[in-house]
Design a protein around this ligand. Structure first.
Ligand code: GLP
Length: 311
């Protein structure tokens, strides 16, 4: 494992407004790097294919993740960004929206693929992940991004009949979505982490939380529904019980095909999950732990999320 100390201060090319050197993500092709500001010593750390970047605050994490997403958005021609949802992603997109103001991009050939979608919510429900993705990606429409054509998410609702898909229809949709992701390989796939170590909606202890699993139907754990109740007015009963999610196998294929899996973890509530993911056994008890088996994974954590990794 090699350690690369990040220097404070501004970068020569002006890329950083946050007092860290701009991280050259290309340098992270070699796995097992730790980039951190402070003292860092974690005996149990088992990074394997993962690069870990620890930054002082959630704001730094959002800026750094936004830097990487921006590289994809500002590229030209056909390119794909893999999106995630949740509170961790909000400041990343907030930062991207701020950067959009003074620039001009060409997003006509930009494609987005989302990780997961609830079952039981119509797509125009504000809590649906389609609606959340539209809030995040919507400002790109003025640069030609066409969400109707180019934002892909698992479909869980029959719009014509105004009802959720049946179980049988959902299983067919899993296969269709797996093919869609296979045809639209992201350059970067954003990931959050649940406080129970879930990735996307791949739940702990599920037989489907294995590196062989493609897009699948899940029953959401109570912990996940409790955590997400804050987006449903605090009412856990309003949180759907099921979802479709890309599987760890979907992410593995993506990473093998060259996608960078960019996991962002911020806040104290994530410290146990991040510790389990990077220091615990690789098992379905912590779906995020399987990322250590994949190539091309970068974790950006703030000090609060990395607290159990920093001694
Ligand atoms: C949800 C999403 C995940 C996300 C997780 C963490 O369960 N399906 O993709 O990573 O929440 O969300 P937050 O960032 O709000 O903690």
């Amino acid at each position: 494992m090699s350690y690369v100390a990040l220097q404070g201060g501004h970068s020569a090319n002006g890329g950083s407004r946050m007092g860290y050197e701009t991280v050259d993500f290309a340098r992270l092709q070699t796995p097992g790097n730790v980039l951190t500001f402070g003292r860092f010593e974690t005996p149990g750390l088992s990074l394997s294919g993962v690069n870990l970047i620890v930054v002082p605050s959630a704001e730094h994490a959002a800026h750094l993740a936004a830097d990487r997403v921006w590289e994809v958005l500002a590229a030209e021609g056909q390119r794909v960004i893999g999106t995630a949802t949740g509170g961790t992603m909000e400041p990343i997109w907030g930062e991207i929206h701020r950067r959009l103001v003074p620039v001009s991009l060409d997003c006509r050939q930009l494609v987005a693929v989302g990780l997961d979608e609830y079952v039981g919510l119509p797509p125009d429900c504000p809590q649906s992940y389609r609606a959340e993705n539209l809030r995040n990606l919507g400002p790109l429409a003025r640069f030609g991004f066409n969400p109707a054509e180019n934002l892909h998410l698992p479909t869980t609702w029959n719009a014509g009949e105004g009802r959720p898909l049946t179980n049988e229809e959902l299983l067919i949709e899993c296969g269709r979505y797996e093919r869609t992701v296979g045809e639209n390989r992201p350059a970067v796939q954003l990931l959050g982490i649940g406080s129970d170590g879930h990735i996307g909606f791949s739940m702990p202890w599920s037989a489907k939380s294995s590196p062989a699993s493609g897009t699948h139907l899940v029953t959401l754990s109570t912990e996940t529904r409790e955590a997400n109740a804050r987006f449903f007015g605090g009412d856990i009963n309003a949180v759907p019980k099921h979802a479709l999610t890309m599987g760890l196998g979907t992410l593995h294929h993506m990473a093998e095909a060259g996608a960078q899996l960019l996991l962002v973890a911020t806040g104290q509530a994530k410290q146990d999950a991040l510790f389990a993911a990077l220091c615990g056994p690789v098992w379905s008890g912590c779906p995020a732990s399987f990322l250590r088996l994949f190539p091309n994974v970068t974790v950006i954590a703030d000090e609060a999320a990395a607290a159990r990794l920093i001694r």
